[in-house]
Design a protein around this ligand. Structure first.
Ligand SMILES: *Cc1c(COP(=O)(O)O)cnc(C)c1O
Length: 413
């Protein structure tokens, strides 16, 4: 018997199977729990049985019918499932996209005049939000090196109110010492927010490591099938309530159809992540032995940058990592991507299908250099791989072909 058999501490597969399936949300009239998955409740209007019930003003919480914008059992079941996977969470707010979740959280914690600190490796739309939306509402953003806590300390000022961390960065995979940054934030009266899309709740437990609010793009691993978009923010009681009220103020709501798709995806998330993680590691190891590749940016890979922090704090990973060519041109990198058969060319990740996209972060960095100062400046053109559920041997053969195309484009034998 292994530790996962303990009914007080069930393993991830067991938790994903049970998550959100409350009997009152999976019932037919008179038979609570009669169906396996929460049905799709499409409802704008909830009817009250009588005036007394209407006047009783049901509590503002999932599970109490009020009006469609506050959800129905389908959305409640998804929120409840995500909360149950997040140690330390009192609740989860759903948003129409991951970007909407980031905006919803930042608009909850920030006020005009505040300063937001953000890791320099953050997802580009997060940076764009800082330069656009937040700037227009009187919030200033300062970027710092995600790998160096001293860099965060140097960016502090009396108006610093919150920090947004993304680890590993979803393009270049720098790892952050999350407990240390959360501690710095707490010491200075700041709120810490993390974009935990890469690891998800099975791979990293942010609230248990001192973070106040954890955000995910459910579009990626939870949905898992590249056919729906959604985001979430989970937190302890105090911040959960404020997130919820701000989301209600913004009028955001997710469709019950999409919530049902997310619940369906969630059931197989552990299985999919195990498979794509193992395949990604096999590919990363293969790349590490290839002369065409200068850097493998995959914190799960022993010896890769950030591996020590990953091994210390994380319990899992995913299929997303990057490689950087040894020299060469942008055009040769494009030739390699074009030679791939099994990798689609497209943004996003976390689906069952593999994707490849170019990595060119130099223009969006402000606190750190790309390529990093300790690299050869010639090694700069990267590819991000989102490894799906195909067989590892096929994906490796695909990249063997792609590296041959790269050599041909470079005029190398
Ligand atoms: C995709 C992504 C988001 C945004 O999610 P959407 O659902 O596409 O809006 C946020 N953070 C990271 C790290 C992402 O990869």
């Amino acid at each position: 018997m292994n530790g996962n058999d303990d009914s007080n501490n069930p393993g991830p597969g067991t938790r994903l199977t049970a998550a959100g399936r409350r009997a009152e949300w999976t019932g037919t009239p008179g038979r609570p729990g009669a169906v396996v998955s929460p049905p799709v409740w499409r409802a704008s209007t909830h009817l009250y049985p009588d005036m007394a019930a209407l006047r009783a003003h049901p509590a503002n919480e999932d599970g109490n019918f009020y009006y469609g914008r506050r959800g129905s059992p389908t959305q409640w079941a998804l929120s409840d499932a995500l909360t149950s996977l997040e140690p330390g969470a009192a609740g989860t707010v759903l948003y129409p996209s991951g970007v909407a979740a980031i905006a919803g959280a930042l608009l909850t914690v920030l006020r005009p005049g505040d300063v937001l600190l953000m890791t320099d490796n953050a997802y580009e739309p997060s940076r764009g939000m800082a330069r656009g939306l937040l700037h227009d509402f009187g919030v200033e953003t300062r970027w710092f090196d995600a790998t160096d806590p001293q860099s965060m300390i140097a960016a502090l000022c009396p108006r610093s109110r919150a920090v947004l961390i993304e680890t590993p960065g979803s393009l270049t995979f720098e790892m952050t010492d999350v407990p240390q940054l959360a501690q710095i934030a707490r010491t200075h009266g700041m709120i810490s927010v993390i974009d935990n899309t890469w690891a998800g709740p099975l791979g990293f437990a942010p609230l248990a490591h001192g973070i106040d609010i954890t955000i995910m793009s459910l579009t990626k691993h939870v949905g898992g099938h590249s056919d729906a978009m959604m985001g979430s923010a989970s937190a302890g009681a105090e911040w959960y309530w404020r997130l919820r009220m701000r989301a209600q103020g913004l009028g955001t709501v997710v469709s019950p159809d999409d919530a049902a798709l997310m619940l369906r995806g969630l059931r197989t998330m552990d299985l999919r992540l195990q498979r794509s993680t193992a395949t990604a590691l096999a590919l990363a190891q293969w790349f590490a032995g290839r002369p065409e590749i200068a850097h493998v940016l995959c914190p799960m890979l022993p010896g890769a940058p950030g591996h020590d922090l990953w091994a210390r704090d994380f319990t899992g990973g995913c299929g997303l990592f990057s490689v950087v060519f040894r020299g060469g041109s942008s055009a040769s990198r494009d030739a390699a991507i074009d030679a791939l058969h099994h990798f689609g060319i497209g943004f996003s990740w976390g689906g069952f299908e593999s994707l490849a996209t170019p990595v060119d972060p130099a223009p969006i960095r402000s606190a750190t250099a790309w390529p990093p100062a300790h690299w050869s400046p010639d090694d700069r053109f990267g590819v991000r791989l989102a490894v799906g559920l195909e067989d590892a041997a096929d994906l490796i053969a695909d990249w063997d072909r792609a590296l041959a195309a790269w050599r041909a484009a470079e005029g190398r034998a």
